[in-house]
Design a binder for this molecule. Structure first.
Ligand code: GLC
Length: 456
C-alpha cells in the first residue's frame, strides 16, 4: 500500500531534514566515567558531591569530535546531535551562567565549539541536544508550585543557556530538548522559549519535547488533550516528532526516530551488547521506508573515543552505502506489494528497489502482484543487468549469483515503464483483509481434511 508523507507543508529551509534520513546521536558527558549509562546519577542515587567532583575532574584526553563526525559521515549520516548537557547538568560548552562546564573544569575545553566546527568541516548539519531537567537542582525536583522562586531562577537559567547555545555557535540546524518531565510546557514557558529561539535562529528545527500542554490550555487552543506522550513529548509543540526506541511514522509531521546502536543505553556502558550492522541497516531502511529519519546513537568512552564497535559498524554500513545509497535517500514511503518474506521494498518515482534480507542462493526471484511493467532489472550491488520474465501477475528475475554479493543486503533495482502500481489482488497484502477470498485457491485440491494423506 502506498502511504503518503506527512501532509503538513514544510518551508524550504527545513527540506534538508526529511531528505537527510540519517543522523548520529552522540551522548557524552562525565557519566561515561562510570560506564553505566547516561542516567547513573539518578538511577543509582549517587552522592551529589561525589558525582560533581568526578565531573569536575573529568579530563577526556582523547576526545576528538572531528573523529566522531568522520565516523558519522562514513556511515552515510548527514547530521549529528550532541548532548550539550544531559540530566546531570554538566555542560560541554563555555557557559557564562555556571562554572559546571568542561571549559571551567579539568578539561578546559569547549567541546560544543569543537563539535560544531567538526560538523561544518565535514558538511554535516549541526544538532544540539539540551536537557531541560537538571538533577542537581532542588527547584527542578520541587517544581513551580512548591518552590516558585527557585523554579523561576532555574527556568531563567535554562532559557539563558539556550540563548547562549543559539548565539555563540553559528547556525544550529536542529535543537533537541529532553527531560521536560514532570513539568508542563506552561511551567517551562515553552512558548517564550520557542519565540526566543526563532528570533535568534529563524531556520532552526525544534523537537517536540517541550513539555506536555495542560488540558485547559489545549482547550483554549481548540485542540484535544495533548495526551502526554512518553518523554515530555507534545503533540502540538515543536516541529518534528521523536519516537524513541521504536520506528513509528508520525502522520501529522516530519519525524525522527532515535535509537541506540547498542541494546538500550545512550551513554557509554561497559559490556553492553551491540546491534549488528545488518540490524542497524534494517532499522535505517525501516525509517526511510516510512518516510522518516533515523537518529542512531553512540556513546563515546570516558576518554572521548568512539567505541571500536561503532567504527566497525560505520565501516560496514558505509561500504554498503557507497553502492546503494540511492535506496535510502530520495526514496518515498510505502510498499508496492507483498515482499516481507524476502526483505524490504523502497520506491523512488517509477523505480522499485528490492532489498533482500535473506539470500537463499536461488537463481530466480519471484515477485507477485506488480502491475507496473518492468523495463530493466539490475542487481544494483554489482551493476549487473538481470534477465527477467513478467506475466500479468508475476515477475521472475533470473541470473542471481549463488553467493550473496555483499555482506549486508543485496538490492535488485527494477526500473518500470510507469507508476509503481500493484495488481488489485496484491494491493492490500495477499489476502486483502478477507481470508475468504483464498477459498477457491485452496479448494482446488478438494475440500476434505483427510484426502491428501490417503492419496500418498
Ligand atoms: C530519554 C532518556 C535520556 C535520553 C533520551 C534520548 O529521554 O531519559 O536519557 O537521553 O531519552 O532520546
Amino acid at each position: 500500500m502506498i502511504s503518503t508523507l506527512p501532509t503538513k507543508a514544510i518551508p524550504d529551509y527545513w527540506r534538508w531534514f526529511p531528505e537527510a534520513r540519517l543522523g548520529m546521536f552522540i551522548h557524552w558527558g562525565p557519566y561515561a566515567v562510570y560506564g553505566r549509562g547516561e542516567q547513573v546519577l539518578f538511577r543509582e542515587r549517587l552522592d551529589q558531591h561525589e558525582y560533581a567532583q568526578a565531573a569536575c575532574n573529568w579530563n577526556p584526553q582523547h576526545a576528538d569530535p572531528a573523529a566522531w563526525v568522520k565516523t558519522a559521515k562514513r556511515m552515510g549520516m548527514k547530521y549529528a546531535v550532541l548532548t550539550t548537557r544531559h540530566h546531570d547538568g554538566f555542560c560541554l560548552w563555555d557557559s557564562k551562567l555556571t562554572d559546571y562546564t568542561t571549559a571551567c573544569q579539568a578539561a578546559k575545553r569547549d567541546f560544543v565549539r569543537e563539535y560544531v566546527d567538526a560538523c561544518r568541516a565535514e558538511g554535516l548539519r549541526v544538532g544540539l541536544y539540551y536537557s531541560l531537567a537538571d538533577w542537581r537542582i532542588p527547584a527542578y525536583w520541587a517544581g513551580s508550585a512548591r518552590d516558585p522562586e527557585g523554579w523561576e531562577t532555574f527556568r531563567n537559567y535554562v532559557h539563558g543557556q539556550v540563548r547562549e547555545l543559539l548565539t555563540n555557535y553559528g547556525q544550529v540546524d536542529e535543537f533537541w530538548f529532553d527531560g521536560a518531565w514532570p513539568h508542563s510546557a506552561v511551567e517551562w514557558k515553552s512558548w517564550d522559549l520557542v519565540d526566543m529561539m526563532r528570533e535568534l535562529q529563524p531556520h532552526i528545527l525544534i523537537n517536540n519535547r517541550l513539555g506536555v500542554v495542560p488540558k485547559e490550555v489545549m482547550a483554549e487552543m481548540g485542540e484535544h488533550a495533548d495526551g502526554g506522550l512518553g518523554a515530555g513529548e507534545s503533540k502540538v509543540l515543536g516541529d518534528f516528532g521523536t519516537p524513541e526506541h521504536h520506528i513509528t511514522a508520525d502522520a501529522t509531521r516530519i519525524w525522527e526516530s532515535c535509537n541506540t546502536m547498542t541494546w538500550r543505553l545512550w551513554g557509554f556502558t561497559n559490556g553492553e551488547r551491540w546491534r549488528g550492522a545488518d540490524q542497524l541497516l534494517d532499522m535505517i531502511l525501516d525509517a526511510a521506508g516510512k518516510g522518516g529519519n533515523m537518529l542512531l546513537n553512540v556513546g563515546p568512552t570516558a576518554d572521548g573515543e568512539m567505541p571500536p564497535e561503532a567504527i566497525e559498524r560505520a565501516e560496514a554500513i558505509g561500504e554498503w552505502m557507497d553502492v546503494h545509497s540511492e535506496v535510502v535517500f530520495n526514496t518515498e514511503p510505502g510498499d508496492v506489494c507483498e515482499f516481507v518474506t524476502y526483505g524490504r521494498q523502497m520506491r523512488s518515482g517509477n523505480t522499485l528497489y528490492l532489498v533482500i534480507r535473506f539470500w537463499d542462493g536461488r537463481e530466480t526471484l519471484h515477485l507477485g502482484g506488480l502491475a507496473a511493467r518492468v523495463k530493466r532489472a539490475t542487481l544494483l550491488t554489482t551493476g549487473q543487468e538481470l534477465p527477467f520474465t513478467q506475466t500479468e501477475d508475476d515477475l521472475y528475475v533470473h541470473g542471481l549469483p549463488k553467493e550473496s554479493p555483499t555482506k549486508l543486503f543485496p538490492v535488485i533495482k527494477l526500473e518500470c515503464e510507469g507508476p509503481l502500481e500493484a495488481r488489485p489482488w496484491a494491493v492490500d497484502r495477499l489476502w486483502c483483509g478477507d481470508s475468504g477470498r483464498m477459498t477457491e485457491w485452496a479448494a482446488a485440491r478438494g475440500t476434505s481434511v483427510f484426502t491428501d494423506g490417503k492419496a500418498r
